[in-house]
Design a protein around this ligand. Sequence first.
Ligand SMILES: NC(=O)c1ccc[n+]([C@@H]2O[C@H](COP(=O)([O-])OP(=O)(O)OC[C@H]3O[C@@H](n4cnc5c(N)ncnc54)[C@H](OP(=O)(O)O)[C@@H]3O)[C@@H](O)[C@H]2O)c1
Length: 262
Amino acid sequence: MSRVLVVGGTGLAGRAVTAEAVERGHEVVVAARRVPDDDADHYVNGAAYVTADLVTGSGLEEAVDGVDVIVDTSNATGKQAAHVFATGAQNLMHTAARFGVHRAVLLSIVGADRSAYGYYRAKAAQERAYLDSALDTRIVRATQFHDFVTAIFDRGRPLGALLAPTSTRFQPIAVGDVARVLVDAAEGDGEPGSVIHVGGPRVESARSLAEQWKQGSGSRRVILPVRLGGALGATWRAGRNLVPEHAVDGGLGYGAWIESRA
Ligand SMILES: NC(=O)c1ccc[n+]([C@@H]2O[C@H](COP(=O)([O-])OP(=O)(O)OC[C@H]3O[C@@H](n4cnc5c(N)ncnc54)[C@H](OP(=O)(O)O)[C@@H]3O)[C@@H](O)[C@H]2O)c1
């Protein structure tokens, strides 16, 4: 049993990691800027919660004190992304090294190293902060989560539509499957300094996935093909978000995930 700190453990992926690590018998501490009440939906029984901010550094020393391994599932969007991913990762790695933390595992995205999209560039800077640190680090690059792909379709809600990016394929993965790979890495899977890729069980077109969502959710909205502009659209159309050779073993597919929500 190890003492595991899940940074961003109140978020979507972080909650799954926290639950997985508690289930495996680890002593788990969650750090985020806001911690949930113990009756909140996203509170995981068996975990302890501390308040910490990656960017200002407040609370980080208390969070890392006595920790064996960190799993970082923090997230930020817009202008905050560069602060949280680059500055935050450096703050965390320096503090962790001072406190003798042995290992750190970072959740990143497939293609983060091969895209001009600002968010991905911030993730690449975050990865570098980990790999340059004094700790034994592993980067886990995952493909798009089922929830994220569904959120893209839902962007069409104001138009009464489901948006499906054209010439785009996804390999969506369940956050529970990502969590298992992260906790495996936290327990020592992979080489120090390695980048581990993991994707969902199948590569499918955005159109096909949108059709599955329409059918499974009973939505009456029409599927609206859209060409996604900018660097993110280009990254996806080039297939840099896919790792078919690293499909997760026995993973939950998109259709089964939709059914599990019903
Ligand atoms: N979405 C996808 O399809 C996908 C695919 C592959 C990889 N990823 C990666 O997965 C990671 C997690 O994504 P997610 O959607 O699970 O995130 P999320 O639900 O948005 O959760 C983000 C977490 O980070 C915490 N956080 C934000 N700013 C912080 C700060 N300054 N200091 C400390 N904690 C902070 C949040 O808590 P507070 O706000 O309370 O601080 C929350 O716990 C991201 O790095 C993303 O790049 C996502």
